[in-house]
Ligand binder design. Structure first.
Ligand code: PMV
Length: 335
């Protein structure tokens, strides 16, 4: 165990990124990251973060390394604050060595904060000797970085909004092998976003569409859960696309407005609508950036990829199926 001049237990966790079908945009409580509404997502198999953590009384300070890049000062502060939460819960004071690796390039347009904070939560809790139920791990991950809580449970996941911290947790709706849904990410811009989701959503309430979004979202949650239960793809896709457009309407009309889309984003959206009209079942969703996630069933992936090849302005594509949630591995990133 940790402390008294010795090294602690080294623990490593792997956690996936996730794509939301019903989006999180706006909070009830800024400090605790309690969201304004519940959200629903799918874990992404090919976009994972691996993190190794060890607490030891021989470390003079926390060291935090990213194998394929470096963390900004702000990112380092957020990680250290998260380690403090774990230390406080475990009743230890040892500093930690944290090494992190992403399986996907920053330029892929997938935020690494969800997979990153999910892996950090799992690895650091285990390294501190804590044995926490999954619900509590999702609550801790949420306080680190909102949507990270959805990367802990298996497969298709719901994050309950809740009023209090202990009510705002994530749980699995269906396991990862329940339905062969694919996310074909169309990367049209590889630069990182100028305004982070955390900062952007602080102004969500200034949009005239905010109240309407909040009014409609509970209905969409019920409908999309039913579509998932029934594996009704056209209903599922229609609702996730509606929710994406609802979130972006809020973004574009908040004060100051957030315009994440570029020309290639618009072109991709119009083509998804056209392909659908021509008989290819595909729908789109977009996060806080210009890249387009095209959602289809496994049987249609090849045809979709061929169609995407005809688009202009595409820099790369990344195909993901549904994945299990965060888990511990015995393969560490350092010895
Ligand atoms: O958890 P954050 O701060 O990365 O916010 C995520 C916000 C969106 O990606 C736009 C929507 C979502 O639910 O993932």
């Amino acid at each position: 165990m940790c402390g008294r001049g010795g090294k602690g237990m080294k623990k490593t966790a792997i956690a996936p990124a996730n794509i939301a079908f019903i989006k999180y945009w706006g909070k009830k409580n800024e400090e605790l990251r309690i969201p304004a509404n519940a959200s629903i997502s799918m874990n992404l198999l090919g976009a994972v973060t691996t993190t190794t953590v060890e607490f030891s009384s021989s470390y003079p300070k926390d060291t935090i390394e990213l194998t394929d890049g470096s963390f900004s000062d702000g990112e380092t502060r957020r990680i250290t604050a998260h380690l403090d939460r774990i230390r406080q819960k475990a009743g230890i004071r040892d500093f930690a060595r944290v090494v992190t690796k992403n399986s996907f390039p920053k330029s892929a347009g997938i935020a690494s904060s969800a997979s990153g904070f999910a892996a950090l939560t799992l690895a650091s809790a285990a390294a501190a000797g804590l044995s926490l139920p999954q619900k509590e791990l999702t609550i801790l991950a949420r306080i680190g970085s909102g949507s990270a809580c959805r990367s802990i449970p298996d497969g298709f996941v719901k994050w309950e909004s809740g009023e209090k911290s202990e009510e705002s947790y994530a749980h699995s709706l269906f396991p990862h092998d329940y339905w062969d849904i694919r996310d074909v990410l169309v990367v049209v811009d590889q630069t990182s976003k100028k305004i982070s989701s955390s900062d952007g959503m602080k102004k969500a309430g200034t949009s005239p569409f905010w109240q309407e979004r909040q009014r409609d979202i509970e209905k969409r949650i019920i409908q999309i859960t039913k579509a998932l239960e029934e594996k009704n793809f056209s209903e599922f896709g229609t609702i996730l696309e509606d929710d994406c457009l609802s979130m972006h309407s809020v973004m574009m009309t908040q004060n100051p407005p957030l315009m994440y889309w570029n020309e290639a984003t618009g072109n991709c959206i119009r083509n998804v609508q056209k392909w659908r009209k021509d008989g290819l079942p595909v729908f789109f969703t977009i996060d806080a950036g210009p890249n387009v996630h095209c959602i289809c069933e496994g049987k249609d992936e090849k045809q979709l990829i061929d169609a995407i090849k005809t688009l202009s302005g595409v820099q790369s594509t990344l195909v993901n199926s549904c994945s299990q949630g965060a888990h511990i591995t015995n393969t560490h990133l350092y010895q």
